[in-house]
Structure formats: structure tokens, C-alpha cells
Design a protein around this ligand. Sequence first.
Ligand code: KG4
Ligand code: ZN
Length: 352
Amino acid sequence: MRSEPMGELVLGIESSCDETAAAVVRDGRGILASVVDSQIAEHAPFGGVVPEIAGRSHLRSILPVIDSALAQARCGLDDIRAIAVTTKPGLIGSLLVGLSVARALAFARGLPLIPVDHIEAHVYAATMECPRSPYPCAALVVSGGHTTLYKALSPLAIERISTTLDDAAGEAFDKVAFLLGLPYPGGPSVSKLALEGDPKRIAFPRYRPRPGPGETAPRFPPFSFSGLKTAVLYHLRGQDAAAPTPPPEAIADRAHVAASFQEAVVDALVEPTIRAARELGLATVLVGGGVACNRRLREKLQQAASDVGINCVFPSPAYCTDNAAMIAGLGYQRWKAGLVAGLDVDASSSCG
Ligand code: KG4
Ligand code: ZN
């Protein structure tokens, strides 16, 4: 269907959570099409993602989304050389929708099927718009389900060095938004309200693990956000655990809470990330995942990085949140490394 030379095109399919997405990417970097059908409106009334609704919605959207990605890339399935699909981690019923379609396409067209880890793809997203190779680097993935720091030597040589003990940063934004009566997803709504508040007004805690007597501190301490979330809850309703959370209209300092909470999350991400990069002698930090859209995080991490001569790379917002371009991109690299799966490849809800 295309007449100009087009390199090797990979079709990427993503359905791990609440976005149905498909993309066509040339040679692992050139994004010819990236289509994302968000289910936010369907989940918003519940204040979070409802797995049953997500699975059904993916089922309705997946084929039209793939068709529109192919149309946008001005190509057909005949032009596609491999199918990349998210197989983990995520909601199992949602992952299986994308994987079933990918398997069927690979079988019908005799194409290689490439399984891709969603979190590793968030790291790869930040490299797709980089003019030069950012490797080796530290990589921070901050999303609704994950807050994880990696040491990345190449797209395929990536080692997890620390993660959260409890909530993910995005999840904390979503839960605090709920307490403040703000719409789902919480990140964009909390950060918008935070613009009207004072980030220093309320001293919310920043998690710092303290080793017990005789224990040594881990080289890369974990993140934690559940204490911060609880501190916001206590701030809103007082120390009486039996007291109800006040209705949003009764919270006089809502904007200050939003700003001070956001500042605490950002500080809890920035300091350990820069420290890990320095400790490992890495000159670049990549950031990915939905929370990487956050303007305050971008400002403070860029500043802290440049203060110590580290280069900091954020994808553009469309490639921070869930998308299939990152799946097709990393899928291409995996395909070239021979990491092709059989048609019996399974999905997994967990990272392992
Ligand atoms: O990467 P993503 O699209 O999906 C997952 O893999 O989880 O991330 C979604 C998360 C949500 O928790 C959302 O509240 C958060 O990213 N988020 C933000 C912002 N935009 C999205 N968090 C803080 N500030 C933002 N501007
Ligand atoms: Zn994600």
C-alpha cells in the first residue's frame, strides 16, 4: 500500500490497563502511527479502573484501534514484519484481549510474535525521541501501577535496582485526588489544583528508610507512598480514625493540600533517583510512565540533575502515558535480538 521505502514496520498492541492502543513503528524508532483509545470516562465514576469494564472495553475497541493505526500509517498488514504485544504486567483480563488478537494476527499472517514487558517499554519510550543513544543510564518508571528504578545498559539489558514497598506514585495521586473530591485520573487533577496552592504550606513526610540497629542501609533504598497518603488522610479528618473524611467542599485548604502532597511525591522521587545515578556513575536519567507528565516532577528532576551534571530525558506527554508506540519500538529491538515467542505465549499480571 505504501510506495516510499519504509524500513521494517512493527505493529504494537497494548491493552494492559485502561488504554487500548496500537501503533506502527519503523525500525524501532520512527512512529508512523500511534492510536490510543482511553477508557477514562468509563472508569471515572468509580474513581479507579474496574477490571471487568476494562476487559470488555478492550474487546470492543481493539480491532478498530488497530485498523486506525494501520490507516494512519498508510499501510496494510502486508507491510507489517512483526507483531509486538504487551504480555505483562497488568490486568490479566485486559492483557489477554491484546495478546489473543496479536496471536491471531501472527498466526494468520505468518509473522513473528514478540512479547514485551510494559514497564521496560515505558523506559524505551523515553529513548525514542532522543537524538543520541542515552545508554548507559538510570531509568525511573513512575506510573499508576509502578514506581521502579532501573540501571539500563541497553534497551534489552535493564536491571531493576529499587521499587516501591507499597503504593505506586500514580496510585497515590489517584487516591489523594479521591480524598480531595477531584476527578480520576488523579495526577492531572491534583497537579492542576496544586498550581493554586503553596507547596510548603503543609509538611507532609518524605519516606526515608532508617536501618535498625546493626542493619546496613540498602544501596538503593525503596520508595514508599502509603505513609504520605495516610498523612493526607489524617490532615483532612484529624487523628480520630473513626471520624469521617470531610466532604471536598468543607476542605478549606484543598489547593495547599494538593500542592504540598505533590511536592512530597516529587521530592521522594527526585532525591533517590539522582543519588542512584551518581552512585552508579551514570550520566543520564530517563523517566517514563504517566507521572512523568507531571510538570513539577519535570522541573525539579531537571534542576537536580543539571546541578550535578546529569542529563535528564523525559518523553513527550503522549509517550509518558500508556501507548503502543513504546511496545512496537521495544518489540523491534527484541525481535532483532531473536526474542520471538511461540503462539502459546501467555500473559502475566505480575512483573516476574
Ligand atoms: O503509565 P500510565 O498511563 O498507566 C500505567 O501504566 O499505570 O500512568 C497512569 C498514572 C495515573 O495514576 C495518573 O494519575 C498518573 O499516571 N498521571 C499523573 C499525571 N498524568 C498522569 N500523575 C501526576 N501528574 C500528572 N500530570
Ligand atoms: Zn503504563
